[in-house]
Design a protein around this ligand. Structure first.
Ligand code: ADP
Ligand code: ASP
Ligand code: MG
Length: 405
């Protein structure tokens, strides 16, 4: 008998028929002789709608109340799926994150899991139940409801699989697995049979939202292997696991795109110690997450600094910087630009192959797409381009690295 954790995403439980489809799959998994914990997301659109509702009643809802609100989405789905399973002759019980022993820190709306005490889950499994577990939620030390950040049901599944030492963790979604690029953008993208944690993590954190990046970080840290599969068919999916030697032979595993980015440039800042610290200190204090940072070499004692961030945080960043600009120098000016997007190529093979950046830039040049900013890591090359060009850029780069099916 194996212990299996499955996770079904929002689209997979998006209608009553789809909930029954998932219930059927969960029940079949148990009837094949396994113990099953099934994590579900809110039905598709529900979390977004709850956020909209909160904005309709308040201009500035507290994050504590946001968590109380958002956690209801998953609570609906666990109960409905458990009812469907029971209706099919199975035996299921639903548990909230708190009831399942998921303890988090106190950072409302993006809490981190600090501990899992799965006693209730184990007991219910041993009593022959399917455990329906609410994704995306936990409780902090004071017993308040917390949520784990958008896409956080992936993290619930992987963390629970780690805590109960599951034999298998399956993430069911609305595509057949992890592809070389978002298959909705690059139609000729291919399913990747196996991918390393590091590659999956870089792809997820550079915009491939098929997995929440924090869940992949967790899986790597605790060695939880998992597969990504389609909830609507039985096609083989993608296995995400520790890297092996053969994996390095592929230079670029995948291409990611991230829209809704913005760029801030601060011109004519003096080239002396402490300047970057003032700028990024002010942004950090305002809790703004910065992505790429580029500073030019200075020739005449001044330079310019550019950085990117989510366009949604642009106004907040401008507000945070305005008061500190006068401290930087009298000619210092700030320029902002929304409507940009980031394109990244990712692969652990880059560590041992040269020419990756050149090939990427060549493909963009051939497509007459202007590169605005460039950044690299050991296994990633990323550029920003005009958002209107991002899909064309993704297709050109995907073809250039021989990834088209
Ligand atoms: P779920 O609701 O199941 O969590 P998500 O919407 O979070 O599903 O993630 C699945 C979606 O991720 C797919 O529908 C696909 O459009 C998108 N996606 C982005 N990049 C990739 C990729 N490289 N491979 C597969 N899907 C991707
Ligand atoms: N319902 C949450 C969201 O939409 C969590 C999840 O689906 O994983 O982000
Ligand atoms: Mg998701």
């Amino acid at each position: 008998m194996a212990l299996i954790v499955q996770k079904y995403g929002g689209t997979s439980v998006g209608t009553p028929e789809r909930i029954r489809n998932c219930a059927q799959r969960i029940l079949e998994t148990q009837r094949a002789g396994n113990q099953v914990v099934a994590v579900v997301s809110a039905m598709s659109g529900v979390t977004d709608n709850l956020i909209k509702l909160s904005k309709a009643v308040s201009s500035d809802p507290t994050e504590r109340e946001m968590d109380v609100l958002l956690a209801t989405g998953e609570q609906t789905t666990i109960a409905l799926t458990a009812m469907a399973i029971n209706d099919m002759g199975g035996k299921a019980v639903s548990l909230t994150g708190a009831q399942a022993g998921i303890s988090t820190d106190g950072v409302h709306t993006k809490a981190r899991i600090v501990n899992i005490t799965p006693d209730a889950v184990r007991r219910m499994l041993d009593e022959g139940n399917i455990v329906m577990l609410a994704g995306f939620q936990g409780q902090n030390q004071s017993g308040e409801i917390t949520t784990l950040g958008r896409g956080g049901s992936d993290l619930t599944a992987i963390a629970m699989a780690g805590a109960i030492k599951a034999d298998l963790c399956q993430i069911f979604t609305d595509v057949d697995g992890v592809y070389t690029c978002d298959p909705r953008v690059v139609k000729v993208a291919q399913k990747i049979p196996e991918i390393s944690y590091d590659e999956m993590l870089e792809m997820a954190s550079s915009g491939s939202k098929v997995m929440q990046s924090r869940s992949v970080e967790f899986a790597k840290k605790f060695g939880v292997r998992f597969e990504v599969r389609n909830s609507m068919n039985n096609n083989p999916g993608t296995l995400v696991k520790e890297e092996n030697q053969g994996m390095e032979s592929v230079v670029v595993r995948g291409v990611s795109l991230e829209r809704n980015q913005a760029k801030v440039t601060i011109d004519d800042v003096p080239d002396r110690p402490g300047i970057s610290s003032i700028i990024f200190g002010a942004l950090a204090k305002a809790g703004i997450v910065i992505d790429m940072i580029v500073q030019n070499v200075s020739f005449h004692s001044t330079t310019d600094i550019s950085f990117t961030l989510s366009a949604a945080e642009l106004a907040k960043a401008e507000e945070a910087l305005k008061p500190v600009l006068p401290d930087l120098g009298k000619d210092v000016a700030m320029r902002v630009q929304a409507g940009i997007a980031k394109l990244s190529v990712v692969g652990i093979g880059m560590r041992s192959h040269s020419g990756v950046a050149a090939r990427m830039f060549g493909a963009l040049a051939d497509a007459s797409i202007n590169i605005q900013m460039i950044s690299t890591s050991e296994i990633k090359v990323a550029v920003t381009v005009d958002e209107a060009e991002i899909e064309r850029a993704a297709r050109a780069v995907h073809t250039a690295f021989g990834l088209d099916a």
